[in-house]
Design a protein. Structure first.
Length: 552
């Protein structure tokens, strides 16, 4: 299907096709004849599951493809000129000045050796758009527009000296520094907690409106894109499923796949009952911990967890969720208090625990790409804990690996594959299998669905619940997604600045009267209403200093 261009269009993508191209010729098709047009000041949301082609299309708007991929068909016309026909030098000048990219992970995008100001000013100076002095003045103005603290001195900081939300906004300033015509947002709020996400979304929307910039907004969260997009394109397996106004897509989707995405986003408001009669498996009693004995990061925290329980630990970035997990594991020794596991005290340091205690508490990480060794086959990844903890023969290890693959709903033939041959959801399943290989009593799940799209994330949650029903394993589930908490956790602990501010069974904690901080978290969960962000911002603006609806 071809896009109809008009005088107001700044970008026209017509029958775009992108294939994997290797030594053996053309491979799988990543983007299959996708067409659309983008007007000045318009925001087009790209929605779909992992592998749908969203990021591939976004990068193509910069005339770029990942290694091993190639644009094999169609046109990408920017301001009347086909990007595919540009010279390498013209495309280099386009990137940053004509079309700019805002990535998912700001921490991975900034150079830690240079100040934020140096990196924000680099593109306009190197492209000859502004002098260094002018670029610095413009950067300060962008910091001010993006509501960053102390805009005159903010740029003198290094990336590690600011919060995740501030760094994400600094990346928006870096993208806007050369005043591009189009911004490509690639999952820019996925890794942020809900309260920070509200602030960052509001800053992005303000930036787009004030500068009249067009944008492609890539995300897997329909509620997020509802707050910022004028139109939404739904993609699946490289094909365009549906394209329409945001209101039409959200309220009356025409295609079955779009209806599934919408239904998945609005579901999940039931609460699981609390377990009864089970003795405590894990008891954390008045535990405190500090970094370098200087900064207290866990302060007098107490909680209990029984077999078959799922205890969700929620809170903003920096609240101490993952740090609490590190203390339980023993990676960060506690300073005071006690942690009992199966009625026995755990030594503060991981290195001092015996093999049996190590085996019984396992962890699944947020980013399977980082957690899995790309050089090892799945047989090696899953089989290693079987050998380490149980000293099995090669035949027994192979049989156990095949059994675990079946448990996580992957074919036995996958044992010979490497992580790079799997999708994001499949990699996370392998991470689950590796944890199960130790036959643990407790699994700590650290943001295990935050990097996955809605449908794949829901599959992982269903898998975890089924395994819990079968094996009676307990989960400590760290997350900033309160919708996930409602679906999987029967108990919840709300943390803020290292302290436990609310806790108990999920239905009670998430029912009024709320703790003020719990109310802030609940009010910050995006809803699939076009006016939701405006309502939240209005409430926060009207709230008196220190009130519940003001972020920390």
């Amino acid at each position: 299907m071809s896009a109809r261009s008009s005088d107001g269009d700044i970008l026209v993508v017509d029958d775009l096709r992108i294939d994997v191209v290797g030594d053996r010729g053309k491979g799988p098709c990543l983007v299959d004849n996708v067409s659309f047009a983008l007007k000045r000041g318009e925001v087009l949301g790209l929605i779909g599951e992992s592998g749908a082609g969203k990021s591939t299309i976004g990068l193509a708007a910069l005339g770029y493809t990942r290694l091993g991929c190639s644009i094999t068909g169609g046109q990408i016309v920017f301001k009347g000129k086909d990007i595919r026909r540009m010279s390498a030098e013209e495309r280099r000048m386009l990137r940053g000045s004509g079309v700019a990219y805002i990535a998912q992970s700001a921490a991975a995008s900034f150079n830690p050796a240079h100040t934020i100001m140096e990196q924000v000013c680099e593109v306009p100076v190197r492209h000859g758009i502004m002098s260094s002095e002018k670029a610095r003045a413009e950067a300060v103005q962008l910091f001010r527009e993006l509501d960053l603290p102390n805009p005159e001195t903010f740029g003198s900081r290094y990336p590690h000296q600011v919060s995740g939300g501030q760094l994400q906004r600094a990346m928006a300033a870096m993208a806007m520094a050369a005043r591009p015509d189009i911004l490509v947002f690639d999952e820019p709020t996925t890794a942020l907690d809900v309260t920070t996400q509200v602030e960052v979304l509001a800053s992005f929307r303000k930036l787009i409106r004030e500068h009249g910039t067009a944008a492609l907004y890539i995300t897997h969260d329909l509620a997020v894109v509802a707050q910022i997009a004028d139109r939404i394109m739904v993609l699946r397996r490289g094909k365009m499923i549906e394209l329409g106004n945001a209101g039409q897509i959200l309220l009356s989707p025409r295609e079955e796949y779009t209806r599934r995405l919408v239904a998945e986003r609005v579901s999940g408001h039931s609460f699981l009952p609390e377990q009864q009669g089970e003795p405590p498996l894990l008891t954390v009693d008045r535990v405190s911990a500090s970094y370098a004995q200087l900064v207290k990061v866990i302060d007098n925290v107490s909680l209990t967890l029984s077999r078959g329980d799922t205890l969700a630990v929620v809170g903003e970035s920096g609240s101490g969720k993952s740090t609490l997990a590190r203390v339980i594991i023993g990676l960060l020794p506690r300073e005071s208090g006690d942690i009992k596991f199966r009625s026995e005290s755990l030594t503060p340091r991981l290195a001092d625990r015996n093999k049996d205690k190590l085996r019984r508490i396992q962890m699944i990480y947020q980013m399977p790409d980082v957690a899995l060794n790309p050089r090892q086959t799945l047989y090696d990844v899953i089989g290693r804990p079987v050998r380490f903890y149980f000293n099995r023969t090669d035949a027994q290890v192979r049989a156990r690996v095949h059994e675990l693959l079946r448990q996580i709903d992957l074919p036995e033939s996958f044992a010979s594959r490497h992580p790079g041959e799997l999708s994001g959801g499949q990699k996370q399943r392998v991470s689950i299998a590796r944890a199960l290989a130790a036959e643990p009593d407790l699994i700590i799940c650290d943001e295990v669905t935050s990097a996955l799209d809605q449908l794949v994330g829901e599959e992982i949650l269903r898998l975890l619940k089924r395994l819990q029903d079968e094996l009676r394993v307990a989960y400590l589930f760290i997350t900033h997604d309160l919708g996930t908490v409602r679906r999987i956790a029967n108990k919840v602990a709300v943390m803020r600045k290292g302290q436990l501010v609310a806790g108990g069974d999920t239905a009670t904690v998430f029912a009024p009267p709320y703790h003020p901080y719990t109310e802030l978290l609940l009010s910050s969960v995006p809803e699939m209403r076009r006016d939701w962000l405006d309502e939240v911002l209005a409430k926060r603006k009207a709230a008196p200093a220190g009130a519940a609806l003001r972020p920390a």
